[in-house]
Design a protein around this ligand. Structure first.
Ligand code: 5GP
Length: 193
């Protein structure tokens, strides 16, 4: 078998850099969640946010609930279809709750704005966003937070298709402990791009 690393052209953030930055974001988030009168609901966007969420909440010393949603807009390629839909919904009731959406990456903003609208409809009293990566250069939709919601971000990501630390290409590479740029030959023959 070939190692997952074989598909990586270069590393953007090493495992140690990721851990250090996640610790900083967690400290910022923890301070805000401890100031709330009741536990927040941390909503992870599956599958990409699974590692970030796991590392983040272990470093947040505040009462909180965790749940997941699935929002899909990608086929198998590197470009979003732009029409996200919720394909697996929450179990936890977020009505009247402070919600923190945990994302792997915000790119065009389509996925996040669809999810924020969905959570707002369910009656969340505030909606914050905590994204591991942010690609502001590619934003097409402004992210409207709800109530006293805040925007937390790990790293600003250059305009490359990146994988690792939860982020996939065709469901692979999520298990890499660092973030890297995928070798173009790994997807250039893919007709779904
Ligand atoms: P948006 O709706 O903001 O355009 O896209 C958000 C979703 O697209 C993310 O949750 C992620 O699944 C996917 N995505 C956007 N950019 C990248 C990227 O560089 N690498 C990977 N692996 N996924 C990406």
């Amino acid at each position: 078998m070939v190692s997952a690393e074989a598909g990586i052209e270069r590393v953007l953030w090493t495992e140690a850099e990721v851990a250090a930055r996640v610790g900083e974001v967690a400290a910022e988030l923890a301070a805000d969640l401890r100031a709330l009168l009741e536990p927040a609901v941390v909503v992870g966007v599956a599958t990409g946010a699974f590692l970030f969420l796991a590392d983040l909440v272990r470093r947040v010393d505040a009462p909180l609930a965790v749940d997941f949603v699935r929002v899909e807009s990608y086929g198998g390629g590197t470009e979003s279809s732009g029409k996200p839909r919720i394909t697996a919904d929450l179990k936890v009731d977020v009505a009247g709750k402070h919600v923190v959406v945990v994302e792997d990456i915000v790119d065009t903003g389509n996925t996040l704005s669809c999810l924020i609208a969905h959570l707002e409809k369910k009656g969340a009293s505030s909606i914050s966003v905590c994204t591991f990566l942010d690609k502001p250069a590619r934003r097409k939709v402004n992210i409207q937070l709800v109530g006293d919601g805040k925007f937390y971000s790990g790293f600003e990501c250059p305009d490359y298709f990146v994988v690792g630390y939860g982020l996939d290409y065709a469901e692979l590479y999520r298990n890499l402990p660092y973030v890297g740029v995928l070798k173009p030959e790994k997807y250039k023959n893919d007709s779904s791009n």
